[in-house]
Write a protein that binds this ligand. Sequence first.
Ligand SMILES: [Zn+2]
Length: 171
Amino acid sequence: MSDHQSNDETVLPDGGDVPRETVSIPTEIELPRLLDFYELQDPEHTQIHEFYENLRDGRFTTTECRECGELHFPPRIVCPECTSDDLEYVDLPHEGEMYSFTEVRGTSAIGMNGDTPFVAGVVDLGPIRLSARVDDASYEDLEIGSAVRLKIVEVDGPTDQDRVFYRFTPV
Ligand SMILES: [Zn+2]
């Protein structure tokens, strides 16, 4: 219980002082490069190209620091723990379990709206936890602890590069 006291001196705004601006929405949206960063998988564009090359070969890897032993995800070029750049790629398990998840129903990133609904969540692989999309399952199909395994997604277009990315799928 609390007493609500009215303040007679409060003056409510009438809207006349609110700044106004007109913005326009383009009828067609060209995908900005920043929203399609997966095309940047080759040595010319990214220093973690080895991650993508390994993934294309069916290996799920990440960097481990030779200096302090820290395991990173996503892969790094410099250890965030000790700033060493003496890193090596090591294999990660391909199976893990759902640590948390949600279902994207409304909209997602520009250019992906037609893909909803889909499940996204945090997968616990043991050595690391990572966020990923989960295919072939609805929100109702999954529980915390549900077993999932790696799935490699080959991205077709819009560039000529052979691109890959990872998702997970129920075991
Ligand atoms: Zn380190």
